[in-house]
Design a protein around this ligand. Sequence first.
Ligand SMILES: NC(=O)c1ccc[n+]([C@@H]2O[C@H](COP(=O)([O-])OP(=O)(O)OC[C@H]3O[C@@H](n4cnc5c(N)ncnc54)[C@H](OP(=O)(O)O)[C@@H]3O)[C@@H](O)[C@H]2O)c1
Length: 302
Amino acid sequence: MEDKVAIITGANSGIGYQTALDLARRGATVVMACRSEERGEEARARLLAEAPGSTALVLRLDLSEPDSVQAFCREVEAQVGVIDLLVNNAGIVGVPLARNSVGHELQLATNYLGPFALTCTLLPRFRPGAPSRIVNVGSLAHRLGKLRLDDFNWERSAYSTFGAYARSKLALLAFTVELNRRLERRGGAIRALASHPGVAATDIGRYHHLTNPRNRVGRWINERIAARIASAAEAAGPTIHAACAEAVRGGDFFGPGGWLELGGPVAPARLSPLARDEELGRRLWALSEAMTGVRFPASSAG
Ligand SMILES: NC(=O)c1ccc[n+]([C@@H]2O[C@H](COP(=O)([O-])OP(=O)(O)OC[C@H]3O[C@@H](n4cnc5c(N)ncnc54)[C@H](OP(=O)(O)O)[C@@H]3O)[C@@H](O)[C@H]2O)c1
């Protein structure tokens, strides 16, 4: 990763931080895309202490807000220039029904529509002709997801906190496969891949009272399960593999191997057939362009 530039969303905590740290240790310049500048700067200081001599900068990005995504892309153009790797890692899980400023359900906006808009807008920034990757961080939960393109944004059906998370991750993985098809058809050297971390002891549980480590019940539950599941550093393994390993192909999906893909050495992961469905991928793409107003660029340097 020497001389490469990598953007990692949600790089201030958990799997995103561990991914950024690993890439920095491999010599990449890391752009830590964080929704709080303060938390981002704290994480950057930690990263520079853990990987002395590395280069990292923090840029503000709130994936749930379309204006913030576009402002971030302008900052990348102004401050970073070319990029080699984009890791769409940031995510939220299990929040009660809430909508962003343009009415998109929050898990869909953060976990899928934001990354869709970010990726398509950043495509022209990839280093011309150089092998480059986009890695989307999915979840085992995607296998339980339903896309429901007729009510994708939870306007008529009863909202389910888990259903919305599973839908957002299924959409992100179907997007990965469709994006890779489009990149291959267009030519060039950018490829899209995906990963999932299994189940890991991170801060992701804070959105639900039963798993929020900041309250008594959540802390009790977290303490009991933390010893039995992967650490954030271990859980970053599949993402780092998708980002850096040589023998990978566009469209590959990696997770921890082991029982039910919950933890173990990195291995190819099982992708829902819905994520590979070409017709569904095309329809999802058209809907995502309509919802975000962002289009796949007809050609780019990469
Ligand atoms: N941990 C697991 O067991 C597990 C399992 C399956 C999949 N995953 C996936 O792994 C990824 C990383 O999660 P994690 O476990 O490392 O959790 P985490 O520690 O909570 O990290 C999530 C990161 O996403 C950021 N983020 C949330 N909303 C954002 C927004 N609107 N704009 C920009 N950044 C935002 C958070 O920023 P703040 O600190 O500002 O909130 C944080 O940096 C997520 O996509 C998650 O769905 C995790």
